[in-house]
Design a binder for this molecule. Structure first.
Ligand SMILES: [Zn+2]
Length: 432
């Protein structure tokens, strides 16, 4: 068996992992686009068709851990190359909703239409259901992440067991199940190789708040401000639940307001999940404009917004009708986008956040495992041969985690071959 890390040992996002059996069966795990830096469009060598085709030589299937753009982005090229693509059922619905929405923008229409054609041919995998590609067995298990419906993969091939975590965390609403899941399903398989994300390695001392902590912080903000606009991802189910639950707990008749796209994503979440995810109620400001606006002005509101012309026009209409001393704007995304001087700084986002004289509040936590959690997962999974860190910054070191010296010796950052006691062996190739 051979594992090739085409991309990801030195960067966050755009990770591509290849698994090849001794007989030559070949699959990829994730194939996303490089993340953009600030306002500049992201550069990616796979924007050239020929590079995609070269990478896909001999590959029959691509399995996506989740729907973030740095994990799935080249689906139409991959579809045209005749490769089968796999993702979770809710992920597929949410990506389709996103692409349908993108079709409304002239500049995005062509790409979104091609993507929708590819998505029609996706296959859906189910958590805990093993699929087989030649000699490769692959079993997805649910993990909590800022994308709902994310999965880690257990891969069994040529006598070697691999756990590929994808992006994960344990401080989201369903994250508390991580340890139980690993103990029940992964540990008994005696993992040889752990391929894990390390997004938070540069923030080792940081105390990472949970989504529940954010809920309490938000209730405190709502107690101070009658009118609150919120900028957060429309596809982050946990974060939407945080703001919805805070809205209900602070004042039952406070209005929770969305536009049609956000409403559709909430419907996807409601229809496919249970518990706190299934009871999100919202007023659609675009559908029932006068009725919703009247209730907002009367009872106060939590309104999800995005940096678009539609919302800018809505703000132009709403802001003159509300008392700005009772109004706040919650920024609920990566701090680096609005921190001047950082390479990730986005002027357009900064301008949107500060477009009126409202109080700006920050309510956010990472979608990724804290260093404490990364160490716990390494210790628990305790791979016999190797730990391969991916989805990490180039200047971070997995050995800085509080893990045993024996585990530290197993960290693989360059190409090599390793053999098990019984003679089964694995080759690693680390590109870049
Ligand atoms: Zn992600």
């Amino acid at each position: 068996m051979k594992i090739t890390i085409h991309r990801g040992t030195n960067q966050i996002g755009g990770c591509i992992t290849e698994i090849q059996s001794a007989k030559g069966d070949k699959i990829l795990i994730d194939f996303g686009h490089n993340l953009p830096e600030g306002d500049k469009p992201a550069q990616d060598k796979y924007d050239e068709d020929e590079n995609v085709l070269k990478l896909l030589e001999g590959v029959s299937d691509v399995y996506y851990t989740h729907y973030h753009g740095d994990h799935i982005s080249f689906e139409s090229d991959i579809y045209r190359a005749g490769v089968t693509q796999h993702i979770g059922a809710l992920s597929l619905k949410m990506v389709k909703t996103l692409k349908q929405h993108m079709q409304h923008a002239d500049s995005l229409k062509e790409r979104a239409t091609k993507s929708l054609e590819a998505l029609e041919h996706f296959r859906i995998y189910k958590s805990k259901h093993t699929e087989t590609v030649g000699d490769i067995r692959i079993t997805p298990y649910f993990v909590s992440h800022s994308a709902i419906d994310a999965h880690m993969f257990l891969i069994e091939c040529d006598g070697i067991t691999v756990l590929h975590t994808g992006d994960f965390r344990d401080h989201g609403y369903m994250g508390t199940g991580l340890e139980k899941n690993l103990i029940a399903n992964i540990v008994p398989k005696q993992i040889d190789v752990l391929v894990t994300e390390g997004t938070m390695l540069s923030r080792i001392a940081e105390k990472v708040p949970t989504e529940r902590d954010l809920q309490q912080k938000t209730i405190d903000i709502f107690n101070k401000y009658k009118n609150v606009f919120v900028l957060c991802s429309s596809m982050d189910a946990d974060r939407i639940v945080t703001f919805y639950q805070a809205t209900r707990k602070q004042k039952p008749n406070r209005w929770f307001v969305t536009d049609s796209y956000q409403g559709e994503q909430i419907q996807n979440i409601r229809n496919n999940l249970t518990g706190i995810y299934s009871d999100i109620c919202y007023g659609n400001i675009l559908q029932k404009h006068d009725e919703v606006l009247a209730k907002m002005l009367e009872n106060g509101f939590t309104m999800l917004v995005r940096n678009t012309e539609t919302f800018k026009n809505l703000l132009k209409e709403i802001v003159p009708q509300i008392d700005m001393r009772q109004t706040a704007f919650i920024y609920s995304q990566f701090e680096g986008y609005i921190t001047k001087g950082l390479p990730t700084f986005k002027q357009s986002t900064y301008d949107f956040v500060h477009s009126y004289d409202w109080a700006v509040e920050r309510v956010h936590t990472s979608g990724h495992a804290s260093c404490k959690t990364l160490a716990e997962v390494c210790n628990l999974v305790n791979p016999s041969l190797a730990i391969i860190p991916i989805h990490k910054e180039w200047d971070t070191d997995f050995a800085s985690l509080p893990i045993s010296s024996e585990l530290k010796k197993k960290i693989v950052t360059k190409s090599m071959a390793l053999e098990k006691e019984n003679g089964d062996f694995i080759n690693f190739e680390v590109k870049e």
